[in-house]
Design a protein around this ligand. Structure first.
Ligand code: 5RP
Length: 225
């Protein structure tokens, strides 16, 4: 199976969890985009759901597919969120934010009864940290936070867009990508980052994912809470 086929298989398995009338968080990234396409197909076939997109990109895609989307002005809770990941370890801990959407993704996941994570096989890791941990920071604080992140034991760099400009998130913030190589204590690092003034959100998702669906050559591997 190609990585693309693995993503497609995981996305398809995730969409099977969606039932009529649900409020569903729609993740961001290439794997999530496949899931949104499949949700669109089910909506065209008669499924009635309300989607909460986790990024402007996903909102645009969902609208084009005819999926009804709302924000927190219209709903209080979500039944389910389906999202991709950059890394997942054996304890269902994640690194997210490769697409720069982890702030909204974490908010949406936090208001969801269940979070289903979908990915291709290579996203499974024994230890988090090979993928650079994205840390979203307010622009004012970024010059001060760059060395502060490095002092935590990583190589820290400002994320740039394809045109060379500093990358701006949907909320108008910057991202510092932190290369730790390996993260020995994700919980301690998450706490440290969450309590650093100027950090808006980091990409460690601990205690969020309920079900992990990984596309593999032997079918979709399911890890359930
Ligand atoms: C975006 C994310 C994505 O879920 C993550 O980057 C995985 O993306 P892809 O499926 O394209 O590899 O966290 O902020």
């Amino acid at each position: 199976m190609t990585e693309d086929e693995q993503k497609q298989a995981a996305a398809k398995a995730a969409v099977d969890y969606i039932e009529d009338g649900m409020v569903v968080g729609l993740g961001t990234g290439s794997c999530a985009a496949k899931m949104v396409d499949l949700v669109g197909a089910r909506v065209r076939a008669g499924l009635s759901i309300t989607g909460v997109p986790t990024s402007e990109a996903t909102a645009t895609q969902a609208r084009a597919l005819g999926i009804k989307i709302v924000g927190f002005d219209a709903i209080k809770r979500l039944d389910l969120t389906i999202d991709g990941t950059d890394e997942v370890d054996g304890q269902r801990r994640l690194i997210k934010g490769g697409g720069g959407a982890h702030l909204r993704e974490k908010i949406v996941a936090s208001f969801s009864d269940r979070m289903i994570v979908i990915a291709e096989a290579k996203k499974q890791v024994a230890q988090l940290g090979v993928f650079k941990l994205p840390v979203e920071v307010i622009r004012f604080a970024a010059p001060a936070l760059l060395p502060k992140m490095a002092a935590l034991g990583c190589t820290a760099e400002m994320r740039r867009a394809a045109n060379g400009d500093l990358f701006l998130t949907d909320e108008g913030n910057y991202i510092i990508d932190c290369d730790f190589g390996r993260i020995n204590d994700p919980e301690a690092l998450a706490l440290r980052l969450s309590t650093t003034p100027g950090v808006v959100e980091h990409g460690l998702f601990i205690g969020y994912a309920d079900i992990i669906l990984i596309g593999t050559d032997d079918g979709v591997q399911i890890t359930d809470a």
